[in-house]
Design a protein around this ligand. Sequence first.
Ligand code: NAD
Length: 299
Amino acid sequence: MSTNTKIGFLGLGHMGGPMAANLVKAGYDVLAFDPVPAAQDQARQDGATVVATAAEAVAASDIVITMLPNGRIVLDLYGEILPAAKPGTLFVDCSTIDVADAKQAAELAAAAGHRALDAPVSGGVAGAAAGTLTFMVGGAASDFADALPLLEIMGGKVVHCGGAGVGQAAKICNNMLLGISMIGLSEAIVLGEKLGLTHDKFFDVVSTASGQSWALTSYCPVPGPVPASPANNDYKPGFATALMAKDLVLAANALRANGVDGQIGQLAAEIYTRFNQDEAGKDFSAIVTDIRKRSGEED
Ligand code: NAD
């Protein structure tokens, strides 16, 4: 794909803003839209062409990337922009949304004579800024091939996971497992505290024993053993509890919709939804402080 390819970019928030900026840096013409004036100003400073409506950004573009808060907004916006696009335009939705919504978005695009991929990401705001996101992509192989050069600019790893919706499936499966493993790890840490096991000794044993996990060795939820983990920075995110709660609710919906007996996944969604009511802005690893408090101990 040449840099003559015109890109429409809709949703210039914490993630979309830096992702669009990386495409501009790589030499692409980016037609950008977001209703929020501060996001528009930043995109202008980053070198994008900010236009007045989403439809205007789409009409002149070959590929349209969306990075939006939720599935309802994606579907509503697709209703507005699909009729405005040139035939065969490739729509790449990078938002984290319900698998069913992602499939519906792809069907709407196809019915309007266009092509679509779901391409949710992990890696957070830091990954978006550094261009090191992981993309999990669902859709046709030929459409994946067309989007790949752009995804490789914004990402460090790009995986074609399967057909429409399967990118979102990979995202929620991974994050469900991460949420579950962080809760399980935190319960074990608090139990260890009650039984006189120090954090250092817990780490020393478990990090090389059968209870080992990424949550422990790369993201330890208590200060000390892993210096870069948010626990050492008053649980400043990192990956905010609000986002973990959102992803776990999507996973719980998918468990139910597909008849999976996912008892721990459902419970993890409930636990993070409750924690999110008080601590939405804290890193999700702060769940250990909640478990400790609910176990009658101070932080
Ligand atoms: P954000 O709220 O910062 O950005 C969303 C942007 O979409 C906002 O600027 C908003 O004004 C804009 N928007 C809303 N309606 C619009 C419309 N109709 N047209 C154009 N723009 C519109 O959210 P974010 O943190 O950038 O997250 C975006 C998506 O990425 C979410 O689905 C989130 O779950 C996912 N995600 C976020 C992170 C993270 O660490 N922030 C990590 C992985 C995935």
